[in-house]
Design a protein around this ligand. Structure first.
Ligand code: IUR
Length: 266
C-alpha cells in the first residue's frame, strides 16, 4: 500500500482502514510524509468525508503519535475533565471554568490553542500575563494540575505531533473546515492529556468561527459519534456567540475580567 494509493482511495470515496490511517499518521509525525501528499489527502478528506470509524481511527492514531499523559501514579482524588470551545470574540469561559471545576474537586489538564480567524484563543489571552509560561514541559504540567486542580498550557511538540503538522498544512490549503479533521484534531489533544470526560461548547453567530446552526449541528454530530466510538464521555452544548460573553473583548481585558469574576468582585 503506497501513500498515493491511499490518497486515490479517499479521492474515490472509499473508507480508509486502520493500516492506511496509521501509515499516514506515522509519516506526519516523523516527517517522512511529504507535505504535498498530506495536503492532497486533507483535500480528499474535506471533499469526500470520513465515517465515525475512520474519524475515530484517525483520532486514536494522532493521539498515539506523541505522549499520552498517564495520571495513574498520582492517585488524583477526582475526575480528569475538560471543556473545549470552538471559540468566539470575548469567549473567556475556559479562564473561569477551569478553576471552578478544580474548586469542585475535578482536575483539568487543559491544552489550549491560539485564535482561529478573527477569534482569540485561550492561549492568546494567557500570553497577556507577563511571565506566563505556556510551554512548561509535561512533568511540570502534571505537578501543577495535581497541586492546584487545573493548568492551561499550549500544545507542545510532545502532544499529538501529527496533529500539529497536519494543522499547519490544513491552515494553508483551505482544508481547516473539514469536520472529521477538526474532530480528530481537537479530540486527539484532549485524549493525549488523559481526560475522562469532556464538554464541547460549539459556538454559533457573528462572533464565532462557525457562523451557521447547520454547521454547528454537523460538527456536534461528528464529534459526538467519534467520542462515543472512542469511549470518551462527552456532552455537546451549542451556544450563542452573537454577542460578547461578559463585558470585555481583548486578551488582557478578558483575563482581568475573569480574575475579578473568580474573586467575586464582578
Ligand atoms: N482547534 C483545533 O485544535 N483543531 C482544529 O482543527 C480546529 C480548532 I478548526
Amino acid at each position: 500500500m503506497s501513500i498515493t494509493d491511499i490518497i486515490r482511495a479517499k479521492r474515490d470515496g472509499r473508507a480508509l482502514g486502520r493500516d492506511e490511517i496509521d501509515a499516514v499518521v506515522a509519516g506526519l509525525a516523523d516527517g517522512s510524509l511529504p507535505g504535498e501528499q498530506a495536503a492532497a489527502l486533507a483535500m480528499a478528506i474535506l471533499l469526500k468525508g470520513m465515517d465515525f470509524t475512520e474519524t475515530a481511527l484517525l483520532t486514536a492514531a494522532m493521539t498515539r503519535s506523541g505522549e499520552v499523559i498517564d495520571w495513574s501514579d498520582m492517585d488524583l482524588p477526582g475526575p480528569l475533565l475538560d471543556k473545549h470551545s470552538t471559540g468566539g470574540i470575548g469567549d473567556k469561559v475556559s479562564l473561569m471554568l477551569a478553576p471552578i471545576v478544580a474548586a469542585c474537586g475535578g482536575f483539568v489538564p487543559m491544552v489550549s490553542g491560539r485564535g482561529l480567524g478573527h477569534t482569540g484563543g485561550t492561549l492568546d489571552k494567557l500570553a497577556s500575563i507577563a511571565g506566563y509560561h505556556a510551554f512548561p514541559g509535561l512533568d511540570r504540567f502534571r505537578q501543577v494540575v495535581r497541586d492546584t486542580g487545573c493548568a492551561i498550557i499550549g500544545q507542545t511538540g510532545e502532544i499529538a505531533p501529527a496533529d500539529r503538522r497536519l494543522y499547519a498544512i490544513r491552515d494553508v490549503t483551505a482544508t481547516v473546515e473539514s469536520l472529521p479533521l477538526i474532530t480528530a484534531s481537537i479530540l486527539s489533544k484532549k485524549l493525549a492529556a488523559g481526560i475522562r470526560g469532556l464538554v464541547m461548547d460549539i459556538k454559533i453567530g457573528s462572533g464565532a468561527f462557525m457562523a451557521t446552526a447547520a454547521d454547528a449541528h454537523a460538527l456536534a454530530e461528528t464529534m459526538g459519534g467519534t467520542a462515543a466510538t472512542l469511549g470518551l464521555p462527552m456532552r455537546t452544548v451549542i451556544s450563542d456567540m452573537g454577542e460578547v460573553l461578559g463585558t470585555s473583548a481583548g486578551n488582557a481585558l478578558e483575563v482581568t475580567e475573569a480574575i475579578a469574576y473568580l474573586r467575586g468582585d464582578a
